[in-house]
Design a protein around this ligand. Sequence first.
Ligand code: C2E
Ligand code: MG
Ligand code: MG
Length: 662
Amino acid sequence: MNKNEKYQIRLLALVLAGLLAASVVFLIGTYRSALDQQQRSVLDQMQLVGAFVADNVDLESFRTVADAWSTGKGVSSPAAQKARKRLVGQISKAGRAVEGRSVRLMTRRTLSTYDERQFVDLCMNPSDSASRVQVPKTLWDGYASTKATQIRATDADPTISVFVPVTDASNRVIGHVRIAQDFRAQIRAERIDLLRSAALYLVGLVALLVFVFRHFVSIIALHVTERKQTLEQKIHIAEHDALTGLYNRSYVMDQIGQELKASRNGNGAFAVMMLDLDNFERVNELHGPRVGDDLLKLVGRRIHNILSKGDIVGRASGDEFIILLRGVQNAQFATTVAERVLKVVGSHFLVQEQELEVTVSIGICFYPEDGSDVGTLMRSAAAALSQAKLLGKNGYQLYNGQVSRRAVDLVRLEKQLAQARKNDELRLYYQPKFDLKKKLTGMEALIRWETKEGLVPPVRFIPVAENSGLIVEIGKWVIEEAARQLAEWNKMGWTKLRMAINVSPIQFNDDSLVPTLKKALDDNGVKPSDFEVEITESAMMQNMERTVQDIRRISELGIKIAIDDFGTGYSSLAKLAEIPIDTLKIDKSFVDNVITNEASTITTNSIIGLAKSLKKCVVAEGVENEDQLEYLAANGCDIIQGFIFGKPLPADDFYDAYMKKR
Ligand code: C2E
Ligand code: MG
Ligand code: MG
C-alpha cells in the first residue's frame, strides 16, 4: 500500500467517524427537541386549564382562603374551611372539565417546602416583579413560562409549575392557581424511546459505515494486489524465458554477478555451467519446431529438478542453458552435477507421442580460478563447452587447467590410440546371441582397449577415434580380427555362427569399407552370410544417401545388415522398406523399461510389428532379467542378447563358455 492509499483510508475513517459523531449529536438534539415539544404542548394545555379555572373561580371563597393564609388566622375556621372546600370542588370540577387534568389550589401542604409567606406575597401581589420574590426555580420557571419563556423539566428538577393569575371584577389579580406537572415518567418514556430508536439507527448506521469502510479498504487491497501482481508479472517476464519458464540469460548473469560479490566477501567458490544440446537441430528438422519447443521445456524441467535449492538454471538461447552452482567446494562436486545432467537429458523423452533422444554437451568453469567477472566466467564456460563439443559431444569439460589438460589428454589419447594397434592393446570381446529355443545363433564383437592404465570403454574412445579419423583404421582391424576369429572357430568345428561387428558412420563415408569387408571375408574364407554389419539408426540417418548406397553394396556381397539401437533415430518407414536390411535391434533403453513404462512397451511392440511386416529379424539387446525375456519372447522377438545370457567375453573365454558347453 502506498502513502496515498494509506492517506485515503485514514481520511475515509475520519469522515465515517465524523458521520457517526454527527449522528449521535443529531440523535441527542432530536431527543431534546421532542421532549421540549412534548413539554411545551403540555404547558399550553396547563395554561388553558389554569385560565379556565381562574375565570370560573368563586372570588369570594378565594379571597377568604387567601386572607386566612396570608394572616395565618382562621385558617381552620369553619368559614375558611367551607370556602376552601367549595373552591377545591369548583377547581377540581373545572379541572376535570378541561381534559381531566388535576388542578390544585395552592394549599399549605403543597407549599410546605417553600416559604409560604413569600408565596402568598407572590399570589397576592403578582403585579410586582416576580424576580423580587425568591421562589424555587420550578415556580419561577413555571411562572415565566406563562410569559412564553422556554422551560424544561429535567431529571434533577422534573416538575414544572404554571401559575395562572386570578383576577377580580376590576381586573385586579387577587391570587394564583398553580398547575403542576411531574414530567419524570415522560422523560423516562422519551428516553427509552430515544434509546430504542437510537440503538436501531446506530446499529444500522455502524453496519453501513463498516460496510462502506471495508468495501473501500477491499477495493484498495484489490488495487494493491493487482498492482503487485502486475509488478510480479513484469518482474517475471523480465527474469524468465517465455518458452521454458526457466530464468533467462540476463537474470542468470545477474545472479552470477551477485554471487561474485558475495564470494569476494569470502563466501567461497561457485561454478558456471554452459550447456548445449547436441542434436537438437535434427529434432526440429524432423519433427518440426513445436516438438522442438516441447522438448526444450522438458529438458529444462529435468535439469531444474536435479539441481539443489540454491542453484539456478536458465535458458540462454535456442538450445543453450546456463547453470549457476553455488557453494562449489571442489571440481568433483560440479562434475557430479554434470554427470547427472548428462544422464537425465540423455534419457528418452516422450514428446507429442514421439520418443525422442538428445544428448547435451557441458562446459564448466569455476570462480575464482577461471575468471573474476561475469564476462570472463561466461567466456570460460563457453570455451569449455566448445571443447566438450569437439571431444565428441555428450560429455562435459572443465575450463582452464582442466580443459587444457583434457585437451592434452585428448592429444595423448589420440596418440595412444594411434599406437594401440601396434602395441596390440585392442581386443575384441564377444557377446552371445540366442534364439528363443536358447540356441546360440552368433555373437556381437565389441571392441575393448586395454591400456597400461586400464580398460578404456568404447563410448570413451570411439568418439575420439571418429573425430581423428582413426576409426577407419581401427574399424578395419575390427573387421579383420572378427573375420579371423570366426574362421578360427569355424575351423575348430564351431559353425553356423553369425558374427556381428559395429561400424561407425565415418567408415561408411570412407571408400575402403566395402573392399575391406570383401577382402577380410575372402582372406579368411568366411561365408558372407555368417557376417553381419551393425550400423546405428542415427548413424544411418546422418548421411542417408551415401550410407544406403554402401548398405546396398555390402548386402550385394551377401553380408547381413542390422540396424542397431533401433527406435531412437527416426528413420523413415518408406526408406526402411527399400533398404536391404536383415535385422532390427531394439534399443536397450526400450528393453530396459519394456515392463515398467507404457511408452517403451508400445515402442517395443511397434518395432516388433514393423520388423514382422517388413519380414525382418528382430533382436532385443540389453536384456537383463526374466521378466523382459518372457515379455519379448511372448511378443515375437526372434533373438535375445544381453547380460541375462552373457556379458561380452574375450575370445577364449567365449569359446570355453559357449562352445564347450554345447
Ligand atoms: P552397441 O553396439 O549397441 O553394443 C551394445 C552395448 O550394450 C555393449 O556395450 C554391450 O556390452 C552392452 N550390453 C549388452 N547387453 C547388455 C546388458 O544386458 N546390460 C547392459 N547394461 N549393457 C549391455 P559396449 O561394449 O560398451 O559398447 C558400447 C557401444 O560402443 C556399442 O553399442 C557400439 O555402438 C560401440 N562399439 C563397440 N565396439 C565397437 C566397434 O568395434 N566399432 C564401433 N564403431 N563401435 C563399437
Ligand atoms: Mg552393436
Ligand atoms: Mg545397441
